[in-house]
Design a protein around this ligand. Structure first.
Ligand SMILES: Cc1ncc(COP(=O)(O)O)c(C=O)c1O
Length: 393
């Protein structure tokens, strides 16, 4: 399915039909596969044949899901994981050795920050952070032992945008592996490989699933790096389950249409919030007031579905606002059909020190909304009445 539009690729990339000539790909719930004879088994294990051996290594459903993301991200190869964090951890652990160093943007998903600060030091893997508005200082942080440049764009939860082209050029100049967590954008809105990324990671749990059902993760990119990640994962076992791959591959069929509507709704909600007297610091990539609006326009097709904002009156009004919400959900997930509100300082990023949070742009009053697919007027009505309640504290 090369050279088709992304909508077609997402639908028509399909596992080979069985003798039943099914139209929709069936679920392959099998842990292992049979061999013709001992020679077939030997040759398969020796990788002289490309075939399924054991579902920790590969499965028709996971292969279909990976093939779709590879094509949609313009990558060479990929591997699918049980969750986004399994993808982040396994990809980095496969490529890094003791003594290696990572340079990363400080605005990171909380668990990725936890990995860099609490776990990698156990294996003598160190990191240096740059702030979102300090891209020019990245080169000062690079040491002889630096191997990886890591960033998210848009960032979670601050919805900041990093200039991927700039990062790609820095990585190339210093021979670093550039890894982009593309979770907020999905392959439909942004392809970091086009700007020089070597690997792209997704939490498929979010917009790729799109309906808040299953966990999943995927890493795609350069074939030589994916080979290392595959060998590591085949031995250590973080692989995606066939069931989740089946669900997620079906979800990809509707990703482009879902994203068009998510982004349309989000832009309307962002404009409503921006105009509201009780709200401040509204950040949405496709609002002209976003500090990196021009970069977002350059590298993203649409602005995504996540907006960050603050209630002007502060933390008490913010709590009252959240407690007054009737339609939207209060949950830690994002990228669902259902609109979701989160308070990152007390949830996803609560393990960070206050200073670390502030340096990542997460103030105590920051609220993140993942705009869903309900009618946008109903979402706005709900936010409006809850903001009014917040004003009464
Ligand atoms: C940017 C980003 N990366 C990684 C993850 C981790 O994904 P998962 O929850 O599927 O492990 C998340 C989850 O919210 C995320 O937002």
């Amino acid at each position: 399915m090369n050279n088709t539009h992304i909508e077609t690729t997402a639908i028509r990339t399909q596992a080979e039909r069985t003798q039943n000539l099914e139209h929709s790909v069936p679920l392959y719930l099998t842990s292992s596969y049979v061999f013709e004879d001992s020679e077939d088994m030997r040759a398969s294990f020796a990788e002289e044949k490309e075939r399924n051996i054991y579902s920790r290594y590969s499965n028709p459903n996971t292969s279909e899901f990976i093939d779709k993301i590879v094509l949609m991200e313009k990558a060479e190869a990929g591997f699918a994981f049980a969750s986004g964090m399994a993808a982040v951890f396994s990809s980095l652990a496969a490529l890094l050795n003791s003594g290696d160093h990572i340079v990363a943007c400080k605005s990171l998903f909380g668990s990725t920050h936890g990995l860099f600060t609490q776990y990698f030091p156990k294996w003598k893997i160190s990191h240096s952070y740059f702030n979102i508005n300090e891209l020019d200082s990245i080169e000062n942080l690079i040491k002889p032992e630096t191997k990886i440049l890591f960033a998210e764009s848009p960032t979670n939860p601050g919805v900041d945008i990093l200039d991927l082209d700039k990062l790609g050029k820095i990585a190339k100049r210093h021979n670093l592996i550039l890894i982009i967590d593309n979770c907020f954008a999905t392959p439909y809105l942004q392809n970091p490989i086009v700007f020089g990324a070597d690997l792209v990671i997704h939490s498929a749990t979010k917009l790729i699933d799109g309906q808040g059902r299953v966990l999943g993760g995927v890493t795609v990119g350069r074939a030589d790096l994916i080979r290392e990640i595959y060998l590591f994962s085949r031995n250590t076992g973080p692989s995606m389950s066939p069931f989740n791959a089946w669900v997620l591959s079906k979800s990809l069929e509707t990703l482009p249409v879902r994203l068009e509507k998510h982004c349309e709704n989000a832009l309307k909600v962002a404009k409503f919030l921006e105009k509201h007297d009780a709200i401040t610091n509204v950040k949405y990539p496709f609002l002209k007031s976003h500090p990196q609006y021009k970069i977002a326009k350059k590298q993203m097709k649409l602005g995504g579905n996540v907006i960050a904002f603050e209630i002007k009156k502060g933390i008490d009004a913010g709590r009252k606002f959240i407690d007054s919400i009737k339609l939207c959900s209060i949950s830690a997930n994002l990228g669902d059909t259902r609109s979701i509100l989160t308070h990152p300082a007390s949830t996803t990023h609560s393990k960070l020190s206050k200073l670390d949070r502030l340096e990542s742009g997460i103030t105590d009053g920051l609220i993140r909304i993942s705009v869903g697919l309900e009618h946008v007027d109903d979402i706005i009505k709900d936010l409006d009445q809850a903001i009014a309640e917040g004003e009464n504290v």
